[in-house]
Design a binder for this molecule. Structure first.
Ligand SMILES: Nc1ncnc2c1ncn2[C@@H]1O[C@H](COP(=O)(O)OP(=O)(O)O)[C@@H](O)[C@H]1O
Ligand SMILES: [Mg+2]
Length: 225
């Protein structure tokens, strides 16, 4: 489903260049639960931006679902981001003046889903993350763990096949971290491809496959159990 060949991302080419990705070769199978781990500055977010078609590499190849990403138009890329991938970020990125339902509905507006169906999908997604009693709450009326569950609901409401999470538990306590992990594992069990980017070894140990990156290169790639 994901095929990456000799991908490089070089910021500020020249004397002070940063090789954020320095020759990544990577294949990810449909339906896998993968952790990409590495220390701060190792290139994790840069790789996530590439995987999510949010940025373009300096060189190398990215084939997603049999399609060469470099050959896609801006519209096609927007479509992939909107329909194929659900994004979860460390900082929740919720809209403060919208309640939980409103936040989860928002990306569905851009997909042209009708108002009724939007509400239906949003409520279904919020239920699936255990927030049926927080539908009308605004972000500042919820705990960090609950806010991240809203963000997960927003990512999955349209049922994208791929979930990309960049440090999804980075701002959470231990209990909320495990709650989010259980939700991500459930999404994996339901057939999604789940890619979690993290610096947390405990989280990585819960993935089926661990890809360790260091200085923009894959240092280690192994399966748990
Ligand atoms: N827009 C940018 N311009 C220049 N350097 C950048 C930019 N984004 C990231 N970097 C550098 O690329 C390297 C990898 O960053 P990043 O992918 O954010 O790492 P991580 O997510 O693993 O902490 C770091 O050295 C960082 O300073
Ligand atoms: Mg990062």
């Amino acid at each position: 489903m994901i095929h990456i060949e000799n991908m490089k991302k070089i910021y500020n080419p020249g004397e002070n260049e940063v090789r954020a990705l320095d020759g990544i070769d990577l294949d990810i199978e449909k339906g896998d639960l993968v952790a990409i781990v590495g220390h701060s500055g190792s290139g994790k977010s840069t790789l996530m931006n590439m995987l999510g078609c949010l940025d373009t590499p300096t060189s190398g190849k990215y084939v997603l679902d049999g399609q060469d990403v470099a050959s896609m138009t801006d519209n096609q890329l927007a479509d992939v981001r909107n329909k194929e991938i659900g994004f979860i970020f460390q900082g929740f990125n919720l809209i403060s003046n919208l309640d939980a339902v409103g936040n989860v509905e928002l990306p569905l507006v851009y997909r042209g889903v009708s108002k009724n169906e939007r509400k239906q999908l949003a409520m279904e997604a919020l239920k699936s993350v255990g927030l049926e009693d927080r539908m009308k709450h605004k972000p500042n009326e919820m705990s960090g763990g609950q806010q991240q569950r809203v963000a997960v609901a927003r990512a999955v409401a349209a049922k994208p096949p791929i979930i990309l999470a960049d440090e999804p538990t980075g701002n959470l306590d231990t209990k909320s971290t495990q709650e989010i992990m259980e939700i991500l594992k459930e999404l994996h069990r339901s057939g999604r491809t789940v890619i979690i980017i993290t610096h947390d070894e405990e989280i990585a140990s819960q993935a089926h496959r661990v890809i360790r990156i260091l200085d923009g290169r894959i240092e280690e790639d192994y399966c748990n159990r």
